[in-house]
Design a protein around this ligand. Structure first.
Ligand SMILES: NC(=O)c1ccc[n+]([C@@H]2O[C@H](COP(=O)([O-])OP(=O)(O)OC[C@H]3O[C@@H](n4cnc5c(N)ncnc54)[C@H](OP(=O)(O)O)[C@@H]3O)[C@@H](O)[C@H]2O)c1
Length: 248
């Protein structure tokens, strides 16, 4: 059975758990992971009860020992990994370049960039071992330069329309870095049959009160699952939303 590890999948309403559910429906054994085992155990049990195959794993992106231990556990139990969904991230709803709290800035970069890099690095041997590895970096159009709706160059309109007084400057830049990491990782893994792509899930209702203007997680997760289940001759080192290529 193919295995898929999804980081930050310990919130029932989150995109990570929905992605796990859809991958389980595709026949994967899904490994739900979160900072604390108690966040994912009940969700894995729930999927098991529904007839899917799921397990729970503790994995904190900010704790290198936790990431290493998680990789060891995957290796001991499965000997390989077929899909890694780098979903975990933080977004501190915080202001402009001028006002940004630099400790918050560090937390966002440590989690979204360094933490994702750390997970990728530790899981790479397992992805290569499977022979058909797929990495999906869950990114955002906000981190792209040229996304016509949400990209860095066009963002002010989006800010006015949707987030009002809540610019997401630092978060967006972590996703720019994640997109760069996607390209570099994909290039390194050419020849190992590991496809690496970034996916923007679209604006998604994963928090209460956002349903009016954001789409359901079930809809957004489809594009993540699409990138996780690409055939061997599928694209690598690119950026997608709903299976359609986005500009960087
Ligand atoms: N929702 C959207 O509109 C949207 C749009 C574009 C991109 N995205 C991306 O989609 C992904 C999922 O977002 P979401 O909306 O589902 O938000 P979410 O529910 O907050 O999911 C993020 C998850 O990451 C986890 N996490 C944070 N720091 C972690 C750490 N150090 N170690 C392990 N897990 C950690 C959180 O865990 P805790 O519960 O423990 O905090 C949370 O469960 C993110 O990468 C986000 O940037 C979302």
């Amino acid at each position: 059975m193919r295995t898929a590890l999804i980081t930050g999948s310990g919130r029932r309403e989150g995109l990570g758990f929905e992605t796990a559910r859809q991958l389980a429906a595709e026949g994967f054994h899904v490994i739900l992971s979160a900072r604390k085992l108690s966040q994912v155990e009940p969700l894995a049990a729930e999927l098991d009860e529904e007839g899917f195959d799921a397990s729970a794993l503790e994995l904190d992106l900010l704790d290198r020992a936790s990431v290493a231990a998680a990789a060891r556990q995957v290796e001991e139990r499965f000997g390989r990994l077929d899909v890694l969904i780098n979903n975990a991230a933080v977004m501190v709803a915080a202001p402009t370049v001028a006002d940004k709290d630099l400790d918050e800035l560090m937390l966002e970069f440590q989690t979204n960039v360094v933490g994702t890099w750390s997970v990728t690095q530790h899981m790479l041997p397992l992805l290569v071992a499977g022979g058909h590895g797929r990495i999906v970096n869950v990114s955002s159009g906000a981190g792209s330069f040229w996304d016509p709706d949400y990209g860095l160059v066009n963002y002010p309109g989006f800010e006015m329309d949707r987030f009002g007084e809540m610019p997401i400057t630092a978060y967006a830049l972590t996703k720019t870095a994640l997109n760069g990491l996607t390209i570099k990782t994909a290039k390194e893994l050419k020849g190992a049959n590991v496809l690496v792509n970034a996916v923007c899930p679209g604006v998604t209702a994963t928090r209460p009160g956002t349903e009016q203007w954001a789409r359901p997680a079930a809809e957004s997760a489809k594009g993540v699952v699409w990138a996780a289940t690409l055939p061997d001759d599928g694209p690598t080192g690119l950026f997608f939303r709903d299976g359609k290529q986005l500009p960087w």
